[in-house]
Structure formats: structure tokens, C-alpha cells
Ligand binder design. Sequence first.
Ligand code: PLP
Length: 428
Amino acid sequence: MQTLQKRDQSVIWHPFSPLKNMPEPIPIVKGEGVYIIDESGNKYIDGISSWWVNIHGHAHPYIAEKIYKQALQLEHVIFAGFTHYPAVELAERLLPILPGKFSKIFYSDNGSTAAEVAIKMAIQYWWNKSNNEAPVKKKILAFEHSYHGDTFGAMSVSERGIFTKAFHNYLFDVVFIDTPTADNIDQLTSFIAANGHEIAGFIYEPLIQGSGGMRMYDAGLMDILLETAKQHEIICIADEVMTGFGRTGKIFASEYMQVKPDIVCLSKGLTGGTMALGITACNDKIVDAFTTDDRLKTFFHGHSFTANPLACSAALASLDLLQREECKASIKNICEQHSNFLKVLNQKHSPVVKNIRQTGTIIAFEISIGKDEYLNTVNKDFSRLMMQQGVYLRPLGNTVYIMSPYCITTEELQKVYRALLGWILLIE
Ligand code: PLP
């Protein structure tokens, strides 16, 4: 009998992975709270919440039960012309807590589609406004180093790099600007003022850019930028796919800003990482432009699994857990533990650790050992060495970060910190 790794390698094509010389994937047979457990029974603390999704940890019995009950009742139904309780209840519970005044929820399947829908809505908003003729406002503004997903629209508004290179001829034109700093804010606002008449929408990851390397920026400066964008009638799209549901210490990162978005994209933590679901929430301004007798102004977009009842039930259960005092206390504890660890790291003055930073439950730093080949060689060793310590972390290039489930205990966090400190000692 072949091992699962060998069977996998003959039939599976993994994301972001080379097909040739791909390291053997590790079979995971169980998830339990903060742990993922392999075939040999080894337990690893999931320090990145499996791509930032499992906010309450793995196989949470409360969410599992809700999904099971829903599966016995109604597993799926076409969402054009029909509706169901989980979809409506989730929208009713989310709308009042979203950052701003939102009036409608549009469902899709994942983070990329949530962003894709938002971009399409912003573009079509101006099309509808100009009575179905090509509008002047047609460009999208995005940040350098951004990541909004891997579908074509989402790729277009993401950082152009090795991930997107093969498609550069096919991606639509996007205006990229730097994230705001005290040094560039005047330049950025002048740029938006000069070009705003052509810009339909502005998509951004609020407070922290995830895949671009956990780049954190200032909420006050972002307010200035958003204020300028609003003055020039640019539709502001907050992509909270990563930052949503407590990651930054508040439920949504946009809560740190005074100026609220017109559209918010959600996924990942939305279902506690159990089911694939995307949400694009819109305010009245957007909804009004689509509320018309003109059939040509309809938003012609949908997916087979739009508003899947199992996923909506999972999201309702995840929201229940997130709103419990116990979860709020855990988020607070992670924020405090991280800020203590940040001080420890700073006091170490390690020559290889740079730019130590934190936003809420996310802590990150850069490793700088002055070798070009770092990305490929050290990354592999890093994950292996960490796993030997019972911790799973997956760096983004030279950026090492922790983004654990909220159920992680102080002792488990200390274990992650100890493993990291041990590794830093090793490479110094
Ligand atoms: N937007 C942001 C901010 C993300 O971080 C991601 C994924 O990392 C996405 C969109 C894409 O989400 P998905 O991987 O579910 O398509």
C-alpha cells in the first residue's frame, strides 16, 4: 500500500507549489483546537490558523454541530429566486456590526470572489450612473504590495510580481500607490485629487497588508487618504478578508478609521475557517445605483454555491463564539502576550531580526541574514525546525509572523515564542 504522500503526489496539484521536486506534503488526520495532528500522532500548534481562517481553532464542536444540524435540514438551494433562514439571519446579524452603515450583503464563495464582486460593483456603479455608457470614472486605485486574491480581477488589483507575471498582458490597468506615511501623505492626496475624476474605486487592506508581508500602516494617515478619496467620489472598498473578525484586536480593522468604506469584503474567519464563504457588503450609495427598473443595470453575477446554507450556519455559529466574553478575553490576552514578546525581541537586539511590529493578534518581523537565496533555503529549514518544536509557522518570504487561533493559551503562545527564539539563536 502506498503512503498518502505518494498517492497525493500522483493525483494532486497543490496551491502555490511547484509540480517538480515538490516536498512531500504532510498528511494531517485531525484538528483539535489550536492543534493539527499528523498520521503519526505528532501535534503542531497551528500558528497561522491554516492560512488565517481558523479563528476559533480546529474542529470546534459548537460549529460542527450547527453545520450537522443544517445539513440534515437543507444543505443547499439555488439562491436566485429562493432564500433561506441561515442567509437572511447572517446578513441581519452582520449588517449592524459592520464598520459603517451598510444595507445589503452579497454572498460568494471565498476571499478572491468577495474582492472580485466588490471591484465589479464599483465599476458597474459608474456604468449605471452614466446610463450604460462607458463612464469617465473607470480606473481602480490599489496599494503597492496589496493582495486581494488569485482570480483575474483580484489579481489585477494585487501587487504585480512572480505570482502574476504570466498574466500581465491580460490584467486590467490599475493605478498603484504606496501605503500612507508621514513623508508621502501630501503627495498621495495630491495624486488622488489630480486623478480622482478617472478613478472609480479604491481597494485596500485596512491597517495591515497580509500576503504582501504583514505590512502595517497608520490609521490616522489612512483616514486622510480615505477622506480625499471620498471628496473625489471614489468608491472605497475595504478588503477585510484577513483583518476581519477580531484579527486586529477590534472586530474589523476599519473600526480604527473614522472614514468608513462603501463596500467591505469578508471571508476567511467568517465561518471560523470551516466552510468556504465570501461576503461583499454595500452601503445605500451602491445599492441605490442598482435599484432601478432598467434590467440592464442588474448586477449579473452569481455562483452555484452562493449563500450555501451550511456555510451561512457555520458563520452564524462562528459569530456566536466570537461574541462570547471568553473569546474577547482570549483576543485581549494574545494582544498583550504579543506586545510583551515584541519587547523581548526588541531588547535582544538580534542582528538578524528587523522591523518587529504588531497589530492586535498579529506579530511580525523580518529576518535579514544577507543572503539572496534566503527565500528558498531558510524557509524550508525554518518550517522543519519549527515543526520539530511542535509549532507550525509559514513565513512570507523573509517575513516571519504569528496569527494563531484565538483559543491559544498563554502556555501555548509561550511555546511558539520559545521555538522562535531558539531558531533566531541558531541563525544568528
Ligand atoms: N483578500 C485578502 C486581504 C487576502 O488576504 C486574501 C487571501 O489571503 C484574499 C483576499 C483571497 O482570499 P481567498 O484565498 O479566500 O481567495
